[in-house]
Write a protein that binds this ligand. Structure first.
Ligand SMILES: Nc1ncnc2c1ncn2[C@@H]1O[C@H](COP(=O)(O)OP(=O)(O)O)[C@@H](O)[C@H]1O
Ligand SMILES: CC(=O)N[C@@H](CCC(=O)OP(=O)(O)O)C(=O)O
Length: 296
């Protein structure tokens, strides 16, 4: 058998395995959080972009929420603005807010839109200011019980889903930057994991997928846990098994599951075509956070 025929047979096999999932998820909303750490090289970016375009082509409704933390940090360095994090959130003064908005909305968002369009998709870039998509207020965080002011960091109050639905009901793929707005038109920097969960909750998404830089959530032996029921999440945090940037991520997952998002996954964005592997294969990859213990 020549390699062309062999390739065709392999693709047909993949399609046969994917078909039941395509039928089940037809016209359903899939929110994908594309973090800065999963944007590390062009090959990986291309694979994420191709997966998202393919989801739309086969009739699913992908909605992309992106981060861009490393891009913001680089830009802040260039402008000699100091950057620090408290509880995983970037302390955001006025200068930091300007630069974060410039990078997230002007650079990262448009790059993703452009890549999707180059692969045949029809992407529309949005941030929370567009159509007041993400309404928020100032967020306070607590360190050892003490209230900390971390500047223009936003707490989501409302996601106005109408604009997203207009796009997904049509041929478009919404691409959302994690910048929110308050009643006075002030912009706020919001953690992208939180925005993804809020968008998924508001859209009653079928699936929420976090692309990150580890192969899943690991137990104390360092083994990936394929399934974590929501009622076990707090225990893993208390025991220190889950720490650092994984804390806001897993809490966002728990929040989304508790508010009706059916399936929430944390998967390795460094694996080529990780989105398709998760959605269209029997085994799935990474960690699923669920209110029950069954993976279908
Ligand atoms: N139990 C755990 N399993 C996997 N990763 C963990 C765990 N606890 C902490 N982490 C850390 O969380 C990181 C992922 O969070 P973060 O860096 O904020 O991701 P992203 O940039 O994709 O939003 C991992 O790189 C890892 O260092
Ligand atoms: C308040 C806050 O921390 N906002 C984040 C927004 C970007 C983000 O979350 O990007 P990743 O998903 O790539 O980490 C920040 O300034 O880095």
């Amino acid at each position: 058998m020549d390699s062309y025929t062999e390739g065709l047979i392999k693709k047909a096999g993949i399609l046969v395995e994917a078909l039941p999932y395509i039928q089940k998820l037809y016209k359903k909303t899939i929110v994908i959080k594309y973090g800065g750490n999963a944007m590390i090289n062009d090959e990986l970016k291309k694979s994420v972009i191709e997966d998202v375009v393919l989801l739309k082509f086969v009739g699913l409704n992908p909605v992309l929420v992106h981060g861009g933390g490393p891009d913001i940090s680089n830009a802040l360095k260039t402008y000699h603005v100091e950057s620090k994090f408290i509880n995983g959130l970037r302390v955001t003064d006025e200068d930091t807010m300007h630069i974060a908005q410039m990078v997230l909305v002007g650079k990262t968002n448009k790059e993703i839109v452009s890549l999707l369009n180059a692969k045949g998709g029809k992407a529309i870039g949005l941030c929370g200011l567009d159509g007041k998509l993400i309404e928020c207020k100032k967020l306070y965080t607590y360190v050892d019980g003490k209230k900390e002011d971390i500047g223009f960091v936003g707490e989501v109050e409302k996601i106005n889903t109408k604009v997203i639905k207009l796009l997904t009901d049509d041929e478009y793929i919404p691409v959302i930057a994690p910048v929110g707005v308050d009643g006075n038109g002030q912009s706020y920097n919001i953690n992208a994991d939180t925005v993804a969960a809020e968008v998924a909750k508001a859209l009653k998404a079928e699936k929420l997928i976090y692309l990150t830089d580890v192969d899943g959530v690991k137990d104390k032996e360092g083994e990936v846990m394929p399934v974590i029921p929501t009622d076990e999440v707090d225990g893993y945090i208390e025991k220190g098994v889950i720490s650092g940037g994984m804390i806001p991520k897993i809490l966002s997952c728990k929040d989304a599951v508790s508010h009706g998002v059916k399936r929430v996954h944390i998967i390795d964005g460094r694996i080529l075509h990780s989105i398709l592997l998760e959605i269209f294969t029997k085994k799935g990859i990474g960690t699923m956070i669920t209110a029950d213990e069954f993976h279908d």
